[in-house]
Design a protein around this ligand. Structure first.
Ligand SMILES: Nc1ncnc2c1ncn2[C@@H]1O[C@H](COP(=O)(O)OP(=O)(O)OP(=O)(O)O)[C@@H](O)[C@H]1O
Length: 703
């Protein structure tokens, strides 16, 4: 607040204002820290288009040559009719544009090109993705522990959590669960406020919000925007798209970016917008909310409404709306033209140039995502995930119950299986069922896992924690549940079927089942990281497990598998083949079986293993178990690698795609960009974040 007051007289930089505040206070405290993390964002000639899928030669312009800037200490509203490109503008600025969109133009953060995802900015999206089983307070508290500096005491963290709950007006629902597809939780408005609370917890230097007030009543909307305004006035940069704000809410915004059909209609101080509209010939009627008036002038849907009204009205009825004598297209064209020659545009260009020329320590960029140590994040994430898994019935509990019931079925069907000649087949079938089909059920937890992955993606994009920490925490939190289901199943089967009753064999069955289930879980994680929705994941996962079962050695002995592909490499990278081999060895080695029906001389289990099941007993069952563990570790590493590659490589492919698209359909027409663009000084560090189409990477964050 002090910094903003200091800047109120003139437009000095946040750094200068902080120094003055510091000078008055005699210490370099919080004000200076805020100033050091100040974020100035400039976008120049920003154009986004999507090629037409069905006709490769045409394209659709979503944003058309936009210029603007955002600076610390101010809150900006991006307004426009539905579909005008508000979210696209925010996504472009935050580096989160969809894969099929092509971006050209420059985006500079503190005068430099910079990748804005993964922790540089905080972004509250329209979808609020959260773990439905946690309460509001738990959600905020876990998030605080994940991101606030490890040096903070528990009390300090609690104070921040409680302060944020109060700030977003969530105290009444703090103990209620968030809710998901099967648990009714807090209301949509409360979810929205919770989503904002999670991002403002750490007081990010650059905060984007996509329609934070949608679904809120007017008092809650005012409350939320007031909180955002005070965050901005503490020296942060806040940009928010907003739909139809009330006049009180609109008055809280310092700047306004008005969009229509992807074109800028107005950019400047929000309090000057009414004057701009009046000068363009569209004064705001006395009793009308200014923001409603602005949107009324540029929303082409009103043309259709007016037309319908004219048709339905009788001759003698005059339209009540004074603007109805103009078509929206006329009004928009006049406003766009007026803006291009306006004082506001001239001011904007001057300020853009000033910001681009600014230098000093305040222009260094600091990550806002997380400042907690990795081990604190690991323990917090593990605790959060464990709580979620234990409360979500569908994650593990239902599976554990089904595993137990199924084990009882297996136990009763193969009850007290003997060691006669025919029982060999029963023993083999029982082992194959346990290590094959029982692992198949791991697919059941896929929907819950997908929900958790969505939360991970959101938090990862905002830089809350790293991929390795997430993978480890998932393993640690799921381990007790996997162990419980494996031990319960193995115990029931082992003692009901009465395999050899040595304890070491029992331990082996437990470990074999546990490691096989853990491998399937890891495979499902990999599939979840590659496919966009859970239905596809379930289908691909079922296909994968089916192939693994087929080549595990029960339906066709491993030595009989066709050498090319199925034997090498599939059976070698198949956890089921190693698991089943280990299970057979565990059962048969040391066992003596009748050689024919009704008795006969005994045959050693090793002979049966070799002659009947096609396995050589030249390596121990523990090596088979080790092979399953190696596959498990490999899968977890592969999961990490895929996520890392997706983060690092996808911008490269997006650049390539953008280049090819532009080559095919050409650059967006310059005819629409009559305005003179500000000329940035040709300094080395004033490289664009996204370079112009004709040069290099489009929509490709550099660095
Ligand atoms: N990746 C994309 N591919 C194709 N079209 C897109 C893509 N992203 C956005 N659009 C289109 O661009 C237009 C602007 O979308 P955007 O979501 O930015 O609008 P908006 O102003 O935020 O709308 P609302 O207020 O309804 O959220 C829409 O017509 C949308 O269908």
């Amino acid at each position: 607040m002090e910094i903003e007051e200091e800047r109120a007289d003139g437009r000095c930089s946040v750094e200068e204002a902080a120094k003055r505040v510091e000078g008055r206070k005699g210490k370099y405290g919080e004000a200076a820290a805020i100033a050091a993390a100040a974020m100035y964002l400039v976008w120049e000639n920003l154009t986004v288009m999507v090629p037409n899928l069905w006709n490769g030669q045409s394209r659709r312009l979503l944003l058309d040559g936009l210029n603007g800037y955002a600076e610390p200490g101010r809150i900006m509203a991006i307004m426009g009719p539905s579909g005008s490109g508000k979210s696209t503008l925010l996504d472009s600025l935050a580096g989160r544009l969809a894969q099929n969109a092509v971006l050209t133009g420059n985006i500079l953060l503190n005068g430099k090109k910079r990748r804005l995802d993964y922790g540089i900015v905080a972004y509250v999206t329209q979808e609020d993705t959260m773990l439905g089983t946690l309460t509001v307070r738990e959600t905020i508290s876990y998030s605080a522990n994940l991101r606030l500096p490890s040096s903070m005491t528990k009390e300090e963290v609690n104070d921040i959590v409680e302060g944020t709950i109060l700030e977003m007006g969530l105290q009444d629902c703090a103990e209620r669960i968030v809710g998901n597809w099967h648990l009714r939780g807090i209301s949509g408005g409360e979810r929205k406020r919770l989503g904002i609370a999670l991002e403002i917890l750490t007081r990010p230097s650059l905060l984007f919000l996509d329609e934070p007030t949608s679904g809120l009543d007017s008092a809650a909307a005012f409350f939320v925007v007031q909180a955002l305004r005070s965050i901005a006035h503490d020296g942060r940069t806040v940009i928010s798209s907003i739909h139809q704000p009330s006049s009180e809410v609109f008055a809280l915004f310092d700047d306004l970016f008005l969009l229509s059909g992807g074109q800028a209609v107005y950019f400047g101080e929000s309090k000057m917008a009414a004057q701009f509209f009046a000068e363009a010939g569209f004064p705001c009627p006395r009793q009308r909310n200014p923001s409603d008036h602005f949107l009324r002038c540029i929303n082409s849907d009103f043309d259709a409404v007016n037309m319908a009204l004219m048709i339905s009205q009788r001759e003698n009825q005059k339209p009540v709306d004074p603007l109805s004598k103009f078509s929206t297209a006329e009004m928009k064209a006049r406003l766009v033209e007026k803006y291009r020659c306006s004082e506001q545009e001239a001011k904007m260009k001057t300020r853009m140039r000033e910001i681009s020329e600014m230098e000093g320590p305040s222009m260094t960029i600091k990550k806002c995502g997380n400042r907690a140590k990795w081990w604190k994040q690991l323990s917090t994430l593990t605790r959060r995930s464990t709580v979620n898994m234990s409360r979500d019935l569908g994650y593990y509990w239902i599976r554990i119950i089904v595993y137990i019931l199924l084990s009882i079925c297996v136990g009763t069907i193969f009850m007290h299986v003997g060691t006669s000649y025919v029982d060999i087949f029963a023993r083999a079938s029982c082992a194959a069922f346990v290590s094959g089909f029982m692992t198949f059920m791991s697919i059941g937890g896929f929907p819950s896992f997908i929900e958790e992955m969505k939360v991970f993606h959101k938090e990862r994009l905002n830089g809350h924690y790293g991929i390795v920490v997430y993978t480890l925490s998932n393993f640690l939190s799921s381990f007790p549940f996997l162990a419980l289901m494996s031990v319960a199943s193995a115990t029931i089967v082992f003692y009901m079927v009465k395999f050899e009753t040595e304890f070491s064999r029992y331990v082996y069955i437990c470990l074999d089942l546990l490691s096989s289930i853990a491998v399937v879980e890891s495979a499902m994680m990999i599939i979840a990281s590659l496919v966009p929705n859970f239905m596809m994941g379930v289908i691909i996962g079922a296909g994968y497990i089916g192939i693994m079962m087929m080549t595990s050695g029960y339906f066709r002995f491993v030595p009989d598998l066709p050498k090319v592909f199925w034997r090498y490499p599939i059976s070698y990278i198949n956890y089921g083949a190693w698991g089943l081999q280990g299970a057979y060895k565990n059962d048969l080695i040391g066992l003596e079986v009748d050689s024919k029906i009704g008795g006969g001389p005994k045959v050693k289990g090793e002979v049966i293993l070799e002659m009947l099941l096609g396995y050589q007993a030249h390596h121990s069952k523990w090596w088979d178990l080790a092979a399953v563990l190696v596959i498990l570790v490999t899968f977890r590493l592969l999961f990490i690698l895929i996520l890392k590659l997706k983060e690092k490589v996808s911008p490269f492919f997006q650049t390539l795609y953008a280049k090819q698209t532009l080559r095919r359909i050409g650059e967006p027409s310059m005819a629409t960009r009559k305005s003179k663009l500000p000329q940035f000084p040709s300094k080395r560090h004033h490289q664009p974040l996204y370079s112009l189409s004709s040069q290099e990477g489009l929509n490709s964050p550099i660095n």
